[in-house]
Design a protein around this ligand. Structure first.
Ligand code: 5GP
Length: 189
């Protein structure tokens, strides 16, 4: 997606040769017009899939997922990183090992919002090691729902998450794939 790649080039900041910081439009401050375009792009790529629910993980996935849900006219569900006291009844859980925060945690959604009749599109801001996506897939499987695919805003192609998901037969659509962050340069695939 050209607009997104331009924005990454313009505003992206590198932390070493592994982490891309996009706090000015995606992970802290959010650019609503860009989010709207991203929502349209995902909706167009997945429109034939008869998706019934968009699933993401808090917090950074929510803004993106919301725009996709708006375009596809389906509800948006986000997995919580801490089980809230207000989350009563049965829950589906998945395990995530955070690459950026260096910790393992459970993610969960209330079982009443996902079931075997659902066809789910998973959306997230970044794909690196694939842990967040795998945790969300666990939740989809736990609910016996169908998985339409995974939509990612920025995939770091030099990390193994995307390759592994595709190997599992999961349809992964990434709007920008970064090949390298070496030498203080952002290179796209
Ligand atoms: P994964 O589980 O695929 O390793 O990583 C996915 C999650 O880690 C994303 O939801 C994102 O929050 C975070 N993440 C991984 N790599 C980066 C990065 O280079 N920049 C930012 N801003 N977040 C990242």
């Amino acid at each position: 997606m050209k607009l997104l790649k331009e924005k990454i080039k313009e505003d992206g900041k590198l932390i070493g040769s592994n982490i891309l910081k996009v706090d000015s439009f995606l992970n802290h401050q959010i650019d609503p017009k860009l989010m709207a375009e991203i929502g349209k792009e995902f909706a167009q790529r997945f429109h034939k899939e008869e998706i019934t629910k968009v699933l993401t993980i808090e917090a950074s996935g929510i803004a993106v997922a919301l725009m996709v849900g708006l375009e596809l006219d389906v509800p948006v569900l986000f997995a919580k990183k801490k089980k809230a006291s207000t989350m009563d009844g049965r829950v589906y859980t998945g395990k995530v090992e955070s690459f950026t925060k260096n910790q393992v945690y459970d993610i969960s959604v209330a079982a009443k919002y996902l079931n075997e009749d659902d066809k789910v599109l998973i959306i997230d801001d970044f794909l690196a090691m694939g842990q967040a996506s795998q945790g969300l897939i666990e939740i989809v499987e736990d609910a016996q729902a169908k998985l339409a695919g995974v939509g990612i805003v920025i995939e770091k192609g030099f990390q193994p998450g995307g390759k592994q998901l595709r190997k599992q037969g999961v349809r992964v659509e990434s709007l920008a794939i970064i090949e390298s962050l070496e030498d203080n340069q952002i290179s796209f695939a």
